[in-house]
Design a protein around this ligand. Structure first.
Ligand SMILES: Cc1cc2nc3c(=O)[nH]c(=O)nc-3n(C[C@H](O)[C@H](O)[C@H](O)COP(=O)(O)OP(=O)(O)OC[C@H]3O[C@@H](n4cnc5c(N)ncnc54)[C@H](O)[C@@H]3O)c2cc1C
Length: 435
């Protein structure tokens, strides 16, 4: 058995670690120099950034467990905060220190910026979803679900919309209520710690993929960064990969018993399209819609700080702000996140950054000029988690060619946990064929 994994993002590395843990050596090919895919660290001059600010939830059990398996320490690697949503001067909710689901219900009753009727209505919604075990007979949009449970416009815009955009990166009118409920079930319903927010103190390459690479190497595997797989060619009893290293050497071919394609959906469709047996699968993957995420990093003088590590703005271009000083001792560095499609896409990157700077000035009286700024526009950050979205399974029509990635069939939206669960499941599909 020799298994190749194409892509060293969170799903590919989760698959690799799961196989390596069973002493099955794997060979990982990664196009980029950095591991981590969409959740990778990068350098801007001499500052360590992430490809986009990521946040984990306490219920991301598979991801947290894998980080520990490869040597991480969750309490040291993250700043853990109880669930809280603060839209500056407009709304604030904080989970109370009671067991679930009382922590949410009491948090709602104590929330600022909602009327008493709105608080009761939000609490009733949570209880109604608990009553139906967060499961719907068929899928509808998140907005339809909320409106059918008497959530008014203001309540939706202050509470449910920020939750839905943060969790699904999809606007409410498109978002799958089923998937939203899966996230609410896992994060808000079972244990208080499940709803905690975990803000990384390390960059996302260091947090898991770099450690996972060491773990794999120690168990006889290998990892080739700066190596792109250009073609997948099914042979009689094996699968051939054509691999280009980015240093200009001539392409090489390698034979594997199994191949796990762990790329983004766009890259997967490109690799699969040459195989006629996979025409309908390729079509299915190509039809998956995407949503963007923009991150504006602003380096202010070190004394500039936000009132709290994570803060939202209402009715602004800026959705969430992260104070990297309070989170990761990168003082003066602010990350502004703008998720999902919207008017911000009509602005140039420079104009978007200026809007964020202006909003920081108007809302928080930050008058200093940033020393530098960097905008990261991920136009295809995640799949658009829409109603009844058709997502492909792990298994393909070609024996021993499997797919993993946040976009494959599963309960979760495009998240690290979705990617990791997919990687683990895919690796387990390979394992039984061994006996
Ligand atoms: C800006 C941003 C913010 C986000 N915020 C959050 C968040 O707060 N919380 C959360 O849980 N999730 C968040 N996500 C989503 C999360 O990052 C993704 O769901 C997850 O990283 C997807 O992992 P993956 O392994 O499925 O795919 P990818 O990360 O896309 O990994 C695929 C890998 O395959 C490699 N590859 C592609 N083609 C080839 C080839 N031909 N040969 C070799 N290698 C190849 C790529 O270089 C890449 O490394 C965010 C995403 C972005 C972009």
């Amino acid at each position: 058995m020799n298994i190749a994994i194409i892509g060293a993002g969170y799903s590919g590395m989760a698959a690799a670690v799961t196989l390596a843990a069973q002493n099955i050596p794997v060979t990982v090919f990664e196009t980029s120099k950095q591991l981590g895919g969409r959740a990778r660290g990068l350098w801007h001059n001499d500052t360590q950034l992430d490809n986009g600010q990521h946040i984990l939830l306490g219920c991301y059990r598979h991801t947290l467990q894998l980080i520990e398996q490869v040597g991480g320490n969750i309490e040291q690697d993250f700043l853990r905060l109880p669930l809280q949503l603060t839209l500056h001067h407009r709304f604030s909710f904080k989970a109370s220190p009671l067991p679930a689901p009382l922590h949410i219900l009491l948090g709602l009753i104590r929330a600022q910026g909602l009327s008493f009727t709105q608080k009761i209505s939000a609490a009733r919604f949570m209880l109604a979803m608990r009553h139906i075990q967060f499961s719907l007979p068929g899928d509808i949009s998140a907005i339809e679900l909320l409106v059918s449970h008497q959530q008014d416009h203001e309540l939706i815009s202050l509470l449910w919309q920020p939750i839905c955009i943060s969790a699904l990166n999809t606007p409410l009118h498109l978002a799958s209520a089923k998937i939203l409920l899966n996230v609410l079930r896992d994060s808000l319903n079972t244990s208080r710690a499940d709803s905690d927010m975990l803000l990384p103190r390390l960059n996302f390459s260091a947090l898991f993929p770099d450690r996972a690479a060491e773990y794999i190497l120690k168990r006889g595997g290998s990892l080739h960064d700066s190596c792109s797989v250009k073609a997948i060619i099914p042979r009689d009893q094996a699968i051939e990969l054509t691999v280009n290293s980015n240093n200009g050497n001539t392409p090489q071919t390698h034979l594997f018993s199994h191949v796990i394609c762990a790329t983004s959906p766009t890259a997967a469709a490109r690799l699969l399209q040459t195989m006629p047996q996979l025409a309908s699968l390729t079509q299915q993957i190509s039809a998956i819609p995407n949503q963007p995420i923009y991150t504006v990093y602003l380096q202010y003088p070190a004394h500039v700080r936000l009132p709290q590590p994570m803060l939202g703005f209402d009715q602004c271009y800026t959705q969430w702000l992260f104070d990297k000083g309070q989170i990761a001792a990168q003082h003066g560095l602010i990350g502004a996140v703008i998720s999902a499609e919207g008017l911000h896409q009509e602005l140039s990157q420079e104009n978007l950054a200026q809007k964020v700077i202006q909003e920081l000035h108007e809302q928080l009286s930050i008058t200093e000029t940033p020393l530098w700024l960097k905008v990261i526009a991920e136009k295809r950050a995640t799949f658009s988690c829409e109603v009844n979205l058709s997502r492909p399974p792990h298994i393909t029509a070609i024996k021993n060619l499997l797919l993993t990635g946040d976009y494959t069939a599963g309960d979760y939206p495009a998240t690290l946990e979705g990617a990791v669960m997919s990687g683990i499941k895919c690796a387990k599909e390979v394992l039984p064929t061994r006996t």
